[in-house]
Design a protein. Structure first.
Length: 57
């Protein structure tokens, strides 16, 4: 687990309780972070390594 993950998960859980239904996260460890955040059960999550991929949305 990443060192920064504890505060990130805290804020994502808080946002989820307040109605978060989509999280877009950019990380140089893309899939590793995605697997770590899967336990949060956010309905939709996009985890990407490159911000360029978001241009297609």
């Amino acid at each position: 687990m990443f060192q920064f993950l504890a505060p990130l998960t805290h804020h994502l859980k808080k946002a989820f309780v307040q109605g978060l239904s989509l999280a877009i996260v950019k990380s140089c460890d893309g899939l590793g972070l995605a697997f770590d955040l899967a336990d949060l059960h956010i309905p939709q999550m996009i985890v990407t390594r490159e911000i360029e991929s978001l241009k297609n949305f």
